[in-house]
Design a protein. Structure first.
Length: 118
């Protein structure tokens, strides 16, 4: 028997997007010395809204695009370790918050289940 709530599904999508952001940040950092590499990212808020508007069947992975406005080095690479470090910290906080939200949601479900037993 599968038990999910609307909130749990939304938090799952939130965690999935945060995980995708973490992977992009890691890829950006790994390619800091790759000539011509362009920093990749996506607009988290816009993507989260798109995910929540869609049904489970049509939800797809976020589409990463080149991050505009970054200064490229002479070799064409525009990865900034300072920017990526800040992104990483932000994404870690987002992920922790999502985990706490999910814990709270399941705690509420468990409380409701145990309330029936009383």
């Amino acid at each position: 028997m599968q038990m999910t709530t609307g909130m749990a599904e939304a938090v799952q999508r939130y965690l999935d997007l945060t995980s995708a952001q973490l992977k992009l940040t890691a890829a950006n950092m790994a390619n800091v010395d790759t000539p011509g590499f362009k920093t990749q990212g996506f607009d988290f808020e816009q993507e989260m809204a798109r995910q929540l508007d869609g049904t489970a069947a049509d939800v797809s992975a976020p589409q990463a695009t080149h991050v505009d406005g970054l200064v490229a080095r002479p070799d064409g690479n525009d990865v900034s370790m300072d920017r990526e470090g800040l992104q990483l910290a932000k994404e870690q906080l987002q992920f922790r918050m999502g985990v706490e939200l999910l814990k709270h949601e399941f705690s509420s479900v468990m409380s409701a289940i145990h309330a029936e037993a009383r």
